[in-house]
Design a protein around this ligand. Structure first.
Ligand code: IVH
Length: 678
């Protein structure tokens, strides 16, 4: 078979299996078999890069990390919907509709679960998915196209022509199934990482990650529930649907994922029994739902009903009441998360709640325990609303027998005995010990990561093995590793051990700001590390600075200053600094340790924005070239931007540059300007 044919066949198969897995929950092949198909397609597309189409399954993942999200204006605002908690109010809704439409009704509605997810919009133009955005404030949202492409059940193309359309914007919810969320948390728990609180927030957080590759690892799904703007194809004068149910039918035929379990009901009288039915049934849905959405089916009637400033008059959400139960708070346990954050967790006597047996609940923080006066041994009310993890609502003080004592938050970390701090104005207690075992794995992973110390060969599995075997108890131990010991680890050998030691040795020469970023002081990210580093001779000078002195540094505010002070207040952290210096890591902030010659600051004061794929340089390389010469690289184009560096397939940043009249330059222009400036 020709490569071309095989590529098409593979794409078709992968799409089919995505559909079977995500829409039908009836996978026909194993994950490995799926991966194999995917790899084969990747290999063939590598061989024939010209044949890659925007809707090939390989185009979901990939792409460079973003600097930030651009703002997009919604062509049709994304409104919210009004809520009701009672059946009477639902009847009032129909009465109001009757008045607005000057008709007795009853009206035909589509009724469906309200998904507790994150609202997004997806634009298809000339057949392809071209733009994905968050709801934002309803008028403007964030451009999250690259992230949305990773959502496996989002079709990357849609045969709009067949519908008589040129452009269509569909809207829906991105969510995680309860099962996927539980699995994700299980993995995190096993890895000693903090678990996520609920699928909704985790979904929202995932969509806001700047690295699409990471987003691709989150089990996100999409369900469509409405549409936004629409442009008819030339010569077409009718919309492809006149009712919501027709929209759903047509979209389903095209394998667009629709909110499941939608039904048509006539009149609120028919909806009331459905509400009772769903009171229990909702716990059987694969995702979290907190209510039912009732929407007028006929689009012409919708138009007549109109819209208030906040929400349309033709739709309402009936919210289920949160379920509550009484039980005993047996114990309050303090968990230390991967960032050192302490989260109190309630151990409860098992109790049936919202379809599951509950024995744990989150207590969020010390303030909450105090405010609710929760004591070990108390009888308490627990509630489970839209969250997987239930919350403790209140204690029942009348039921105390005198044995319950007010809760005292520990003063030492339960994992390492290190000091606990609670920065002013923050609610969270934290362990400040840089080598605290509860945090160490994540700290080392961050330390070794590409944007920090970039230690080749030091991946997740190896970090795990080093910690498990006790070879590493703190960051300095990395630089004390011996080849034989590393080579003796499972799946390691002479060669890989040597690679690791070489990688570590090389990292000693990294610029000091990368070390500072790698150390992982709270609020000290890549950029702040650079700023801090440029204000001192030696990294250890930061130790001696007072909060006031730190705040004098441009771009450093009280939060960063406080975080640095807290960090150095822990004696162990100062020792770690000393040890790293003794081990030969670069603390000198004034020399470019990579041995690179000092270059003229020809871009001093200039702001750049990058977009598209450059012919030779990666984004990071281009950024480094600019920054080494004193320029700044920002995420979005504004009037302050001096140059937009444009590569192939530029995003809307190029359009914006054009609109604002910001000069656009190519990689070649940049190269020419490196020595003498523009
Ligand atoms: S219909 C005019 N249907 O809930 C908006 N929305 O609280 C029409 N939502 O912003 C939206 N499930 O993002 C609709 N089955 C569903 C929904 C749903 C969740 C979200 C939606 C909306 C929010 C309002």
């Amino acid at each position: 078979m020709s490569d071309k044919k095989r590529i098409e066949e593979l794409r078709e198969q992968i799409r089919k299996h995505n559909h079977l897995y995500y829409q039908k929950a009836e996978p026909e092949i194993s994950d490995q078999e799926y991966d194999q198909l995917f790899k084969e397609l990747e290999a063939l597309e590598d061989k024939h890069p010209d044949w890659v189409t925007p809707d090939s399954p390989t185009q979901r993942v990939g792409g460079e990390p973003l600097e930030g999200f651009e703002t997009v204006r919604h062509e049709v605002p994304m409104l919210s919907i009004s809520n009701t908690y009672s059946k009477e109010e639902l009847e009032d809704f129909e009465t109001r509709l009757g008045r607005a439409l000057d008709s007795e009704g009853p009206f035909e509605y589509v009724v469906e679960p309200k998904i507790d997810g994150v609202a997004v919009t997806a634009v298809y133009e000339d057949g392809y998915f071209t733009l994905g955005a968050t709801r934002g404030n309803g008028v403007e949202g964030d451009n999250i196209t690259a992230n949305m492409k990773t959502i496996r059940n989002l079709p990357l193309s849609l045969p709009l022509k067949d519908l008589g359309l040129k452009k269509l914007e569909v809207r829906g919810e991105v969510y995680m199934t309860t099962e996927d969320f539980t699995q994700l948390n299980k993995k995190r728990e096993e890895a000693g990482e903090e678990v996520y609180a609920n699928p909704r927030n985790t979904t929202a957080g995932s969509l806001k990650l700047l690295d699409p590759k990471q987003v691709g690892e989150r089990p996100l799904r999409l369900a469509i529930h409405s549409f936004g703007s629409m442009t008819l194809a030339e010569g077409v004068d009718r919309r492809p649907w006149s009712k919501h149910s027709e929209l759903y039918e047509k979209m389903s035929d095209l394998k667009m994922p629709i909110v499941p379990e939608w039904t048509i009901k006539t009149g609120v009288d028919q909806i009331l029994p459905l509400i009772d039915e769903w009171a229990e049934k909702r716990f059987d849905l694969p995702f979290e739902t907190d209510g039912l959405v009732v929407k007028l089916n006929d689009f012409r009637l919708r138009e007549n009903a109109g819209t208030t400033s906040r929400s349309p008059r033709w739709v309402i959400a009936y919210k289920f009441p949160a379920e509550q139960a009484e039980t005993t708070l047996e114990k309050i346990e303090i968990q230390v998360g991967r960032t050192g954050a302490m989260t109190p967790r309630a151990h409860l006597s098992p109790v049936k709640l919202a379809g599951t047996t509950v024995s744990r609940a989150t207590l969020h923080n010390a303030d909450e325990i105090e405010r609710k006066d929760l004591r070990e041994g108390d009888r308490v009310m627990v509630e489970k609303g839209g969250e997987i993890i239930p919350k403790v609502l209140a204690s029942l003080p009348d039921k105390r027998d005198g044995s319950q004592r007010p809760f005292k938050f520990p003063t030492k970390c339960p994992s390492c005995g290190g000091p606990i701090t609670r920065p002013e104005g923050e609610v969270v207690h934290r362990c400040e010990n840089i080598d605290c075992p509860a945090q160490l794995r994540r700290r080392i992973e961050h330390f070794a990561s590409r944007r920090a110390m970039d230690i080749e060969g030091l991946g997740t599995k190896l970090v795990e093995a080093l910690l498990e075997e006790g070879l590493v108890k703190g960051i300095p131990d990395l630089y004390r590793l011996e080849k034989e010991a590393v080579a003796g680890l499972e799946r390691m050998g002479e060669k890989s051990a040597e690679n690791l030691l070489n990688g570590l040795e090389k990292s000693k020469q990294n610029p000091a700001h990368r070390l500072l970023h790698g150390i992982g002081i709270r609020h000290v990210g890549e950029h702040v590390a650079e700023v801090l580093c440029s204000s001192v001779q030696d990294l250890r000078d930061l130790e001696k600075k007072t909060a006031e002195e730190l705040e004098e540094i441009e771009e450093v505010g009280p939060v960063v200053a406080q975080a640095i002070q807290d960090f150095f207040a822990a004696e162990h952290n100062r020792e770690v600094f000393e040890q790293l210096a003794e081990l030969g890591l670069n603390f000198d902030c004034k020399t470019a340790a990579s041995g690179a010659e000092q270059v003229d600051q020809v871009f001093e004061g200039l702001q750049f924005v990058l977009t598209g794929t450059l012919p030779n340089l990666t984004r990071d390389e281009a950024k480094a070239l600019i920054q080494e010469r004193g320029g700044r690289v920002t995420g979005s184009v504004s009037k302050k931007t001096n140059y937009v560096l444009v590569g192939a397939d530029p995003g809307s940043k190029a359009d914006k540059a054009e609109k604002l009249g910001v000069p656009m330059i190519s990689e070649e222009d940049l190269n020419t300007a490196l020595k003498k400036g523009f």
